[in-house]
Design a binder for this molecule. Structure first.
Ligand code: CMP
Length: 168
């Protein structure tokens, strides 16, 4: 008891209490909203509630207007993006484009191999995205095999598509 400092113990006034309670409530609402968004991303389908909560704690939500450049070919990459709403266009090879729809993700390649962005990705319409930073990307992959499989699956599909379009 002797170690207790004056100031450790704070008694909130009615106003400060209301402020604190409102802040906590809106934080809880935002957290629930983010979990609901994460739950809808196919990459995270089938995860436990606990895993979804962990991911919701580290992803950021971002909105960009149509025409925005989301990632630029040749630049270093530090994030992966999941499309919640809207559509994006991947410009991987001159004259060739690939469309990305809600539920799809991009930007994973640079996070995996550390090389610069392989393509430019632009917002075709206004887009709402979830963004996962590099360190959290690896934490999520380290903790969840199903996500590793889905990322590998998408990489294989993209390679097949790219080879097919290079042949035509
Ligand atoms: P990254 O290289 O980090 O940044 C550009 C992203 O565009 C890349 O990750 C992939 O997510 C995506 N991408 C690159 N090439 C293709 C492709 N041929 N088809 C679909 N998406 C691609």
């Amino acid at each position: 008891m002797d170690d207790l400092q004056q100031g450790d113990h704070q008694v909130l006034s009615r106003e400060r209490f209301d402020e604190w309670r409102d802040k906590n409530r809106s934080r809880a609402i935002r957290a629930r909203f983010k979990i609901a968004l994460v739950e809808k991303v196919p990459l995270f389908a089938g995860l436990s509630k606990r895993e979804l909560i962990q991911i919701a704690q580290v992803v950021k939500e971002a909105e960009f207007p149509a025409g925005s450049r989301l990632v630029t070919a040749g630049e270093p990459g530090g994030e992966m993006f999941m499309i919640i709403e809207g559509e994006a266009i991947v410009r991987a090879m001159p004259g060739r484009t690939t469309g990305l729809k809600p539920g799809e993700f991009f930007g994973e390649m640079s996070l995996i191999d550390g090389a610069p962005r392989s393509a430019t990705v632009e917002a075709r319409t206004p887009v709402r995205l979830l963004v996962l930073g590099q360190r959290d990307f690896w934490r999520v992959l380290d903790g969840t095999k199903t996500i590793v499989r889905k990322v590998m699956h998408t990489l294989c599909q993209r390679l097949r598509e790219a080879e097919k379009s290079a042949r035509t």
